[in-house]
Design a protein around this ligand. Structure first.
Ligand SMILES: Cc1ncc(COP(=O)(O)O)c(C=O)c1O
Length: 386
């Protein structure tokens, strides 16, 4: 019997619980098969190495890559930073005097926003393109922003706050036409929408296990191996693991878990998306019926199946905290170290600071139920009426 007073988790975009099948696959690699995959002379090492090979293959299959094109990292923040700085340092190594220009958008995850902003210290010009009111990058605007020395474009695939899906195939094609490296932050896309990085012409792609029911502390950077062969400077020097690009003993249980999570997502993607789409549409309909004037943020159709970002008319989320805690949601504004932090994504699509303070994200996942949807609507309705 479900406990009807227990808080309900609506923050699957922040992180997901580890799937029981993923946990079961990982468990033996903590105790029984604890070996170091770099130990090439004994059975403990071989077992660990075989597990890493399998995990890499499972992750590669999820995204349509070859397994040697997948390099494991600690997560998408690391992958995003490495894509930017690793590419820049390679470019500079090859052409130290040449000016460098990168293009991104103003609604990226903070790991791209801040990484790109830091590039000014390395004399790189960065264009942060505005998006339209639905949160999409406009291909025509990207064309206008191109310069003779534009070397990289980086655009988020599915926005983590508002769920808007960018036209990644078109953007990657534009980059290819102009011989510009194309990176995408696919942390909220991988495992949730079908993709094939090889066919789409993506050069670099970041993603993470803990957003797809895998463990925290493991992610990957896809680095295209052919047409073109993309070269990055190593991220960490040392024992030469991960093709010499990211040294350090590989997180074997993490990779096993990432692999299993990827396999499950690939197998169940179509039905899982359909179920989540139906649940989020029901939630949106019930919210509209219960809360007059509620507004949906992000694209009306080109959006992730599991995400609803809404603005509650005139109801600041800080005033609803006792109710929101029952829901485990994420809000558009938060009190940082004494100051109000306002979402750059919501302001980026044109919301006023007041509207941002009345906004929240409900992200659904593998274990969200129909009953939880109705309870969420009741809780929000009650909070607003109070
Ligand atoms: C779009 C996006 N990029 C990057 C990250 C960072 O991922 P990680 O927690 O694996 O570093 C997140 C996590 O919230 C995300 O949603």
């Amino acid at each position: 019997m479900e406990n009807s007073t227990a808080p309900i988790y609506f923050d699957y975009n922040a992180t997901t619980p580890v799937d029981p099948e993923v946990f079961a696959a990982m468990e033996p690699y903590f105790k029984q098969h604890f070996g170091n995959p770099a130990s090439a002379g004994h059975t403990w090492g071989w077992a660990a190495e075989a597990a890493v090979v399998k995990g890499r293959e499972q992750v590669a299959q999820l995204i349509g890559a070859k397994s040697q094109e997948v390099i494991f990292t600690s997560g998408a923040t690391e992958s995003n930073n490495w894509a930017i700085f690793g590419l820049l340092s390679k470019l500079r190594e090859n052409n130290p005097q040449e000016p460098v220009h990168f293009i991104t958008s103003n609604v990226e995850h903070s790991s791209i926003m801040k990484g790109m902003a830091a590039l000014t210290r390395w004399n790189v010009d960065v264009t942060f393109l505005p998006v339209d009111h639905n949160g999409q990058v406009q291909v025509e605007q990207v064309k206008k922003a191109l310069r003779p020395h534009t070397r990289m474009m980086s655009f988020i695939w599915v926005n983590n706050e508002i769920g808007t899906i960018n036209p990644i195939a078109e953007l990657a094609a534009l980059a290819k036409e102009n011989k510009i490296y194309f990176h995408t932050d696919a942390t909220q896309a991988a495992g949730k929408i079908p993709m094939n990085v090889t066919d789409m012409g993506i050069d670099l792609m970041s993603f993470s296990a803990h957003k797809i029911y895998g463990p925290k502390g493991v992610g990957a950077l896809y680095i295209r191996g052919k047409d073109p062969k993309v070269q990055l400077d190593p991220l960490i020097y040392g024992g030469g693991q991960e093709r010499g690009l990211r040294s350090g003993t590989v997180n074997v249980p993490g990779v096993v878990g990432f692999g299993k999570a990827a396999e499950l997502c690939k197998k169940n993607q179509a039905q899982e998306s359909a179920k989540l789409r139906e649940l989020s549409q029901t939630l949106w309909k019930e919210l509209q019926a219960a809360i007059p004037g509620v507004k949906l943020n992000g694209h009306p159709t080109e959006r992730a199946a599991n995400n609803l970002n809404i603005t509650l008319p005139g109801a600041k989320t800080e005033k609803l905290m006792s109710h929101l805690q029952k829901l485990g949601v994420s809000t558009g504004s938060a009190c940082g170290t004494g100051a109000m932090v306002i979402s750059h994504v919501l302001t980026g699509i044109g919301l006023s600071p007041e509207e941002v303070q009345c906004s929240l994200r409900l992200s659904l996942g593998r274990w969200t139920t129909r009953e939880e949807i109705s309870r969420a609507v009741d809780i929000l309705k009650e909070g607003i009426s109070k």
